[in-house]
Design a protein around this ligand. Sequence first.
Ligand code: AMP
Ligand code: ZN
Length: 467
Amino acid sequence: MVLKLYNTLSRKKEVFKPIHKNKVGMYTCGPTVYWYQHIGNLRSYIFADILKRVLRYDRYKVKHVMNVTDVGHLTSDSDEGEDKIEKAAKKEGKKAQDIANFYWKIFKQDFKKLNIIEPDIWCKATEHIKEQINMIKKIEEKGFTYKTNDGIYFDTSKLKDYGKLVRLKIKDLKAGARIKMGEKKNKTDFALWKFSEKPGIRQQEWNSPWGLGFPGWHIECSAMSSKYLGEQFDIHTGGEDLAPVHHTNEIAQSETAFGKKPWVKYWLHGAFLTFKGEKISKSKGGLYTIEELEEKGFPVLAYRYLVLTAHYKSQLNFTIKNLQNAQNSYERLKSNVLGLKDDGKINKKYLKEFEKAMDDDLDSSQALQVLWALVRDRRAEGKYQTIKKIDSVFGLDLFKLKVSKEIIKLAEERKRFRDKKNWKKSDELRKKINKQGYDISDVADGNFFLSGSRVVMMKNDQTKMPK
Ligand code: AMP
Ligand code: ZN
């Protein structure tokens, strides 16, 4: 099978060929940890996770790096306004690093709940200041920087192909957008290093060859990705909003500093989760957090299922109704799968169709339809093993049965009666367990095995029977 991916850089679906045989270097722009990430942000990470799982499925050894922005991301993308972390720290009366660590921890919990595989390397911007300064020095040596009263800037007019990622029309920009210029020479110029207004006002500031201050938002991704993946690597992902400014500037910095083009071979961007016509969150992102979905009683993986129903490059409009529908389908799918017997076979026809869909620029929506067709096909062989393989990509935990504490207690009680050879009592308890939808089989060493063919997983270990 040949994996094809849509590359924002070329605007084409391209056959994926890594720089080094069988190995893939992949970088994903991570969260700015000043607040909860909402389910829109998390859609972008589910997309990167699916990509990574497909690459692993295709037997590539993937090295995945994700940054944590804990300094330098200002409230406006054009180097104006307050540092988001500093602002949150001030508001909450806490240390900047406590804010960063708190929201990062929640982000990682969200990953776990959503079955998103953690990157091989997490890297925090504040732990890579030296690398960022060294990179700015390189750019400076090549003559692409200048100093203003508030920082060191990248002179984008010196780079012939600036903006190539999104085919930026510099002329239109000049006429249109209202960008506060300050001492900037060009509208698209961006800060590499910002000066502290006065020492001691900011919590996070460092000495540099240019003065006390902090790195601009974009330099961290260039410096850290090259540290862990080399000066050229295979895949860079992020949400679609990052392409025009953040990723464009990452390319400008990296291609200038390293002198290699293209810096990254494949650029992939996930479309937004939108929320038209429904006001659905108390958090300021406008969209729910995972915690809020849980409070409403949704199993978190139903959200992952919802995300899979749309192609990653199509916008997906979030409504509670959509999520409810996804939950119903997910639970139906899961109860079907939990009832399957393993015949040890693989259904090559369906597996091939699944691979074809995923290899076609990760068409998860089509691949889900293949899965449903397999589930519904009464005569199909090898459902169990085939769906196991499919779920290694989907990550929906289709085979995971969560058993409530109450059932486990009953089963243990039954075992105690059995051990005492009280068959009558043990049989009564077996019936009680069966009534709740579980089978119990006794295996070697007096242990037992619980399986449930009609049970769906619910959050907090609560087991609910399907209606
Ligand atoms: P941030 O923490 O703001 O840097 O954003 C983290 C990631 O979420 C970035 O990759 C954004 O592109 C992405 N993102 C932000 N809003 C949405 C949304 N509504 N839908 C999908 N992705 C989003
Ligand atoms: Zn980035």
